[in-house]
Design a binder for this molecule. Structure first.
Ligand SMILES: Cc1ncc(COP(=O)(O)O)c(C=O)c1O
Length: 426
């Protein structure tokens, strides 16, 4: 099983057999409140009628169409809907099947784009410590979660990393964006000086780092990264696999922070997690750089058998309809204050060393047990599941990212139960 303590699981399996709205049903018939939108992906909640219907109808009409040299109407419809939803500079979409594939795609486009413009020496890629960009070789190379990298060899060459922005000393218990740490973006100048900026193709960051345990960008940090990348002709890629589709209270984090990268990677909420699908959004400038040469030639030698799969596209359209009809992509902004107060009510409980929040994301960081990192949070996860809530842990951090359909009484139940769990931890 992926990213699972397999032996522990097999001794005491946690099996989900159904889901609807805010809840999962377990094999033994219990209701579990979903505090994580599955894996940060079921933003509209579960078993949503429009999505179910769209998938069923599409399977009966056009099950598959070759992705290479052929098209079908829904893939263009979804691409158009997606770029309409995204901030203005984004005009094109390239479909993949996951966040990891979106990352690989964006990194490859970045290098190929520079080459197409006669700057083939720009091949270096810059990520960030503690960054998560999926699990493929490009993604773990630019990523900075040590356990995801260290046993997999020497990875891509020509990669460097910015420092992470986590600073408990200065920023613990901040509500929203931390005050301190904007200057960490200036480390990019040091990296440019070291390698020569003209050798760097792209910088990739999560505008809000989710998987590592919810690290919010310090105020003005993203703006500084944008200014430095622009100054040196380096592309900026926002990995919005988690932040895309309403998590922060806006359709995309780029719009939320009002910082425009050159590419956005997304997945997860694109189809509400129901069918695997991802996408890379690019500007016209990037797209057009490839549209040269004889017209019978392929412009980008990249793609997947399932890029733009018709059933995934139908799921995507059903999902975007559901988001639009229910105002879900901005609902996080409406609930953010209530969510923030509820989360910060956990301050002072045993072992809690930080609480972070933004939109409908939250994190509670625990003091690790000496010599046994991750054990305390994992025990919280198991106890929470027993008490009827699904939370997620990474290291000793509890991360929360409920479906955007959450109501205030669900928030009370989620945070109240979590508080009860925290009181019982060793
Ligand atoms: C920012 C980010 N990028 C990439 C990925 C990888 O997505 P997937 O698991 O769909 O490959 C994730 C998954 O959590 C993510 O959070």
């Amino acid at each position: 099983m992926p990213f699972t303590a397999n032996r522990q699981f097999k001794k005491a399996p946690r099996m989900l057999v159904a889901a609807e709205g805010m809840h999962y049903t377990t094999a033994d018939g219990r209701q579990i409140l979903d505090g994580t939108a599955g894996l940060w992906c079921c933003n509209a909640g579960h078993k949503r009628p429009k999505i179910v219907q769209a998938i069923q109808e599409q399977a009966a009409e056009l099950d598959y169409a070759p992705a290479f040299q052929m098209g079908h109407p829904k893939v263009f419809e979804l691409a158009n809907r997606l770029v309409d939803l995204a901030p203005e500079p984004f005009e094109h979409a390239f479909f993949t099947n996951s966040g990891s594939e979106s990352v690989e795609t964006a990194l490859k486009i970045a290098i190929a784009y520079h080459r197409a413009r006669g700057e083939g020496q720009r091949t270096r890629l810059i990520g960030r410590e503690r960054g998560y960009h999926g699990v493929n070789f490009g993604g773990i190379s630019v990523g900075g979660i040590v356990n995801n990298r260290k046993v997999f060899g020497s990875l891509l060459t020509g990669v460097d990393h910015l420092p992470h922005t986590h600073d408990l000393k200065r920023n613990a218990f901040t509500r929203g964006q931390p005050e301190h740490g904007a200057e960490l973006a200036d480390e990019l100048e040091r990296i440019c000086a070291l390698h020569g900026p003209e050798t760097i193709a792209a910088v990739i960051v999560e505008p809000m780092a989710g998987s590592t345990g919810v690290l919010l960008p310090p105020k003005d940090y993203l703006q500084r990264l944008r200014a430095i990348t622009k100054k040196h002709g380096i592309l900026l890629i926002f990995d919005e696999v988690i932040t895309g589709f309403g998590r922060l209270g806006a359709p995309f984090a780029a719009g939320y922070f009002d910082v425009m990268p050159d590419m956005i990677t997304c997945a997860k909420g694109l189809t509400n997690g129901v069918i695997p699908m991802g996408a890379v959004l690019t500007t016209a400038q990037i797209h057009d750089a490839f549209m040269t040469g004889p017209e019978h030639l392929i412009e980008l030698f990249h793609g997947y058998t399932y890029s733009g799969n018709p059933i995934a596209c139908a799921a995507g359209l059903g999902t975007l309809d559901t988001y639009a009809e229910e105002g879900l992509l901005t609902r996080g902004a409406e609930l953010a204050g209530y969510w923030e107060d509820a989360l910060h009510s956990l301050r002072g409980l045993p072992h809690v060393i930080d609480i972070r929040n933004m939109g409908l994301i939250g994190a509670v960081e625990l003091e690790p047990i000496a010599g046994e990192p991750t054990k305390r949070a994992f025990s919280a996860f198991l106890k929470a599941y027993e008490k009827g809530i699904l939370i997620r842990t990474t290291g000793d951090i509890i991360a929360l990212s409920p479906p955007l359909i959450i109501e205030k009484d669900h928030i009370d139940q989620l945070i109240g139960t979590l508080g009860d769990v925290l009181k019982t931890l060793d």
